[in-house]
Design a protein around this ligand. Structure first.
Ligand SMILES: *Cc1c(COP(=O)(O)O)cnc(C)c1O
Length: 390
C-alpha cells in the first residue's frame, strides 16, 4: 500500500498535477497574504466581501459564550433557537415553505441526493455539475444521465429516451457555474421537469447573495421558487461564513430529517456559526448595493477584457479568461502573480482539453481602480508572453 501511494504521488508530480496546500491569510479589502506577500485576491468566493463584515463578527461574538459547541447532532439536542431562527429566515429568503441547515454544501448535496433517489431511480445531471453532486449520485446508486452543459435540448432528448425506465427522477443543475461563470437555462428545465414528472434540484452556491432582487439567487431573479423542488445554497461563499441549506416544502423537510444520513449522523453547527449566518442574511437584505455594484463591476471587467481581445466566458461575478494551452495558463497566472494578483490557472481535467484558463473571481471589495489596473496589466501580459491565441 505504502509503495502504491508513493507511486501515485510521483506520477502526479511528473504530470505537474501534484496539489499542495499553501498557507494564506485573507485580508479585508479583497486581498490575501501568501508567504509574506500581499495580493489582490481573485481566487476567493467571498463575493460580497462579507467575510470581514464587522456585523457578522459581532453576532458571532455574542453567540460564542457561555457554550461554544452545539454538543450533539440535530435530532439529539443540537437544535438550538439559533438553528430554528436561521431556518425560518432562509425559508423566507428563498421563498419556500421551509428550510433545513446542513454543515456544509458538500454534505448537503451528498446527503439530499442520496436520500431522495435509489437504485430504481434516475438522475439527469449537467455535465459540469460540482463534485459534491456527482458524489451524491454515486452514493445513491441511481442511474446517472449527464446532459451537455446548459443544453436543455439534450436534456429533453435523454428524458424522452430514459425517463420511462425509472421510478423517481431528479434533474439537477447549478444555476451559476463555478468554472464557466455562466447560468443554467432554468425556464426550459422547469418545462421539462413538469412534462416528465421529475423533481428539480438546483445548487445556488455561487448565486446566493449575488443575483435576484432579494439576493436569493437566479431562482429569485426569475421568480421560479415554486417550480424548483430543492433549492440548495451555501453560507460559505457570498455570505462570507460557513455551512449550507436546502429550501424545500414542509413535507420535504420532514422527509429529510427522517432519512438524510448526512443530516442525521453529524454534530450540528455551533451557535456561533449559525448566528453569523443570520447576520449575513440581514446584510444581504440591508445592503443590496453590494450585489448590484459587484455585477456592474463584473460586466465592466468582462467588456474591458473582450475589448483587449481576450476570450472571456460567463455572465456573472466569475470571469474565466480562456487561453487554451496549459502552459499559457500557467504562464499568465505567474505573470499576474508577479504583478500582485492571486488568480490561479484552471486546467484539464477540471475544464475541457485546450480550454485552460485563468479564473477571475470578483468581489464587491475590488474597486474600479483595481479593475482598471488589472486591464492594463492583462494587456501588458499579452505582449510580454507573446500570447497570440487569446
Ligand atoms: C462550493 C460548492 C459546494 C460546496 O459547498 P461548501 O459549503 O463549500 O461545502 C457545493 N456546490 C457548489 C456548486 C459549490 O461551488
Amino acid at each position: 500500500m505504502d509503495q502504491r501511494i508513493r507511486e501515485i504521488l510521483s506520477e502526479k508530480e511528473r504530470e505537474g498535477l501534484l496539489r499542495k496546500l499553501t498557507e494564506a491569510e485573507a485580508l479585508p479589502g479583497g486581498c490575501v497574504s501568501v508567504v509574506g506577500r500581499e495580493y489582490v485576491n481573485f481566487s476567493s468566493n467571498d463575493y460580497l466581501g462579507l467575510s470581514s463584515h464587522p456585523a457578522i463578527a459581532r453576532a458571532a461574538l455574542e453567540a460564542v459564550s457561555p457554550v461554544f459547541g452545539s454538543g450533539a447532532s440535530r435530532l439529539m439536542c443540537g437544535t438550538t433557537a439559533y438553528h430554528r431562527l436561521l431556518e425560518d429566515k432562509v425559508a423566507v429568503f428563498k421563498n419556500k415553505e421551509a428550510a433545513l441547515v446542513f454543515n456544509s454544501g458538500y454534505q448537503a448535496n451528498v446527503g439530499v441526493i442520496s436520500a431522495l433517489v435509489g437504485k430504481n431511480d434516475a438522475v439527469f445531471s449537467d455535465r459540469l455539475n460540482h463534485a459534491s453532486i456527482i458524489d451524491g449520485i454515486k452514493l445513491s446508486g441511481a442511474a446517472l444521465f449527464r446532459f451537455r452543459h446548459n443544453d436543455a435540448a439534450h436534456l429533453a432528448e435523454l428524458l424522452k429516451k430514459e425517463r420511462k425506465n425509472f421510478k423517481q427522477a431528479i434533474i439537477i443543475t447549478e444555476t451559476v457555474f463555478s468554472m464557466d461563470g455562466d447560468i443554467a437555462p432554468l425556464d426550459g428545465m422547469i418545462r421539462l421537469k413538469k412534462e416528465h414528472n421529475c423533481l428539480l434540484m438546483v445548487d445556488e452556491a455561487h448565486a446566493t447573495g449575488v443575483f435576484g432582487p432579494n439576493g436569493g439567487g437566479i431562482v429569485d431573479k426569475l421568480g421560479h421558487s415554486s417550480d424548483v423542488d430543492i433549492l440548495m445554497g451555501t453560507f460559505s461563499k457570498a455570505l462570507g461564513s460557513f455551512g449550507a441549506f436546502v429550501a424545500v416544502s414542509r413535507v420535504m423537510r420532514e422527509f429529510l430529517i427522517n432519512t438524510c444520513r448526512a443530516f442525521i449522523y453529524s454534530t450540528s453547527l455551533p451557535p456561533v456559526v449559525i448566528a453569523a449566518n443570520i447576520a449575513a442574511l440581514k446584510i444581504v437584505a440591508d445592503e443590496p448595493e453590494r450585489r448590484t455594484t459587484l455585477l456592474e463591476n463584473a460586466a465592466y471587467l468582462r467588456e474591458g477584457l473582450k475589448l483587449e481581445g481576450f476570450d472571456v466566458k460567463g455572465e456573472s461575478q466569475i470571469i474565466p479568461v480562456v487561453v487554451g494551452g496549459n502552459e499559457d495558463a500557467v504562464k499568465l497566472s505567474g505573470y499576474l502573480k508577479e504583478k500582485g494578483y492571486w488568480a490561479l490557472p484552471v486546467r484539464p481535467p477540471t475544464v475541457p482539453e485546450n480550454e485552460a484558463r485563468i479564473r477571475i473571481s470578483l468581489s464587491f471589495a475590488h474597486g474600479r481602480k483595481t479593475l482598471d489596473r488589472l486591464l492594463e496589466d492583462m494587456r501588458e501580459a499579452r505582449k510580454a508572453l507573446g500570447m497570440t491565441n487569446v
